[in-house]
Design a protein around this ligand. Structure first.
Ligand SMILES: *Cc1c(COP(=O)(O)O)cnc(C)c1O
Length: 406
């Protein structure tokens, strides 16, 4: 049947979108999708055909392209195929997933772990399975978007506390005692903040949450693999067990160099997620080859202390060099070392200048970060050489970050 002619007064579909896009953001703030050839070889990349050193990847330990990780991936793909074929609860869940979950439970020192297809989905799953409409949610104001969305979409009363402030959290918890015993309080925080690189005061937050009967959820996307003994994560580094942090979430696509995510905790937590986490139930299971590759990267992350040591050395060298240049560092001791620039234009200009010197660093602008705090988000990897750090410092010395822009 032929389509009828459109109503003459109606704008076309694309005209509607053009108008809305115009309304979303001025062109300088428009998000752009740029293909990085060879992105997973995270440190040496080609940009516009020119070899560059990248300081934007979350492959902190240099495992994404590790031969043993690739080999495990290929062997499992040969055995199981590429796709998992179905959701976990139908027929997509296999022995590689089981073994990975056992490894993740061991890595984090928790009784059980459950694999999700992405970190975004793990956080939304925590929200949908655990948090109910009468509950109260307290989030650090700089939490990752997926953690904020988990709280916002739960329908619970939602509030943010000042960044990394256990005292601010305590005040809000005290003000909002539960109306009845059937409701819960939830405190949600990043372990390492993804755009600032600082570490949440988990010991204090856990104490405050516990003393108010609230449950602490830690999103350790940037801590798993890099922090704590054997890369057990930010909670383990702070000596916090399952009583202090009953819900521990981590991702596989950052330091572990693969893809996917997990939640670790008690038997009851995992059972609840299997029953009620919609982003677990209604999605295709992680490919078994990704699970197998992740097992290899967990083995390497646990065994290779030198990767964490090297990363620390790179961070220390960078901070010393940047401080000597008079650059404004943020209070971060992690692989994420942002340089505050201020305006969007200055951040974009700095990023473009670095690129012209063979260095790839991304400019991060609002709304990903608060207004007026556009920055260069510099990340380090154990795959960097010392010479790469020197090259970066040298390039930064040629920029005039912070000066007014035309
Ligand atoms: C990257 C990230 C996520 C999302 O994980 P994906 O697996 O990439 O979806 C969640 N939380 C934090 C803090 C992150 O940095």
């Amino acid at each position: 049947m032929p389509l009828p002619a459109p109503k003459t007064s109606a704008p076309s579909f694309n005209a509607v979108l053009d108008a809305r896009l115009e309304g979303i953001a001025p062109s300088r703030r428009r998000r752009r999708l740029v293909a990085t050839p060879d992105p997973a070889r995270s440190v040496r990349v080609l940009a516009g055909g020119t070899p560059c050193t990248s300081f934007c990847s979350n492959d902190y330990l240099g495992l994404a392209g590790h031969p043993e990780v690739i080999e495990a991936f290929v062997a499992a793909a040969n055995r199981y195929g590429v796709g998992s074929g179905a959701s976990h609860l139908v027929s997509g869940h296999g022995p590689e997933h089981e073994a990975l979950e056992a490894d993740l439970a061991q890595l984090t020192g928790r009784p059980r772990a459950l694999v999700f297809s992405t970190g975004y989905m793990a956080n939304l799953g925590i929200g949908s399975a655990l948090i109910t409409a009468g509950d109260r949610v307290f989030e650090d104001r700089l939490n990752h978007a997926s953690l904020l969305d988990a709280g916002l979409s739960s329908g619970a009363r939602f509030g943010r506390y000042p960044h990394c402030s256990a005292a601010g959290l305590a005040k809000r918890l005290a003000r909002a005692q539960p109306a009845d015993s059937s409701t819960c309080g939830w405190v949600l925080t990043d372990g390492v903040f993804s755009m600032d690189g600082d570490v949440a005061p988990l010991v204090e937050l856990a104490a405050v949450a516990r003393s108010h009967g609230a449950f602490l959820v830690v999103d350790d996307a940037h801590g798993i693999g890099v922090r704590g003994p054997g890369g057990c994560g930010t909670a383990g580094a702070a000596g916090l067990d399952i009583d202090a942090v009953p819900i521990l979430m981590g991702t596989l696509g950052k330091a572990l160099g693969t893809f996917g995510a997990f939640v670790a905790g008690s038997e009851q937590l995992i059972e609840m997620l299997i029953q009620k986490a919609r982003t677990y139930i209604y999605t295709t299971a992680l490919p078994p080859a990704v699970a197998a590759a992740t097992r290899a990267s967990i083995r390497l992350a646990r065994a290779d202390d030198w990767r964490r040591t090297r990363l620390e050395q790179h961070v220390a060298r960078f901070r010393a060099g940047a401080a000597a240049l008079g650059l404004t560092l943020m209070p971060s001791a992690t692989a994420i070392q942002p340089l505050l620039v201020g305006t969007d234009a200055a951040a974009l200009e700095a990023s473009a200048k670095l690129l012209s010197m063979g260095i790839l660093v991304s400019a991060i602008r609002p709304p990903t970060v608060p207004e007026g705090t556009a920055r260069l988000r510099i990340t380090f990897s154990a795959a960097h050489e010392e010479a790469d750090i020197e090259q970066l410092i040298d390039a930064l010395s040629r920029l005039r970050i912070g000066r007014s822009v035309p």
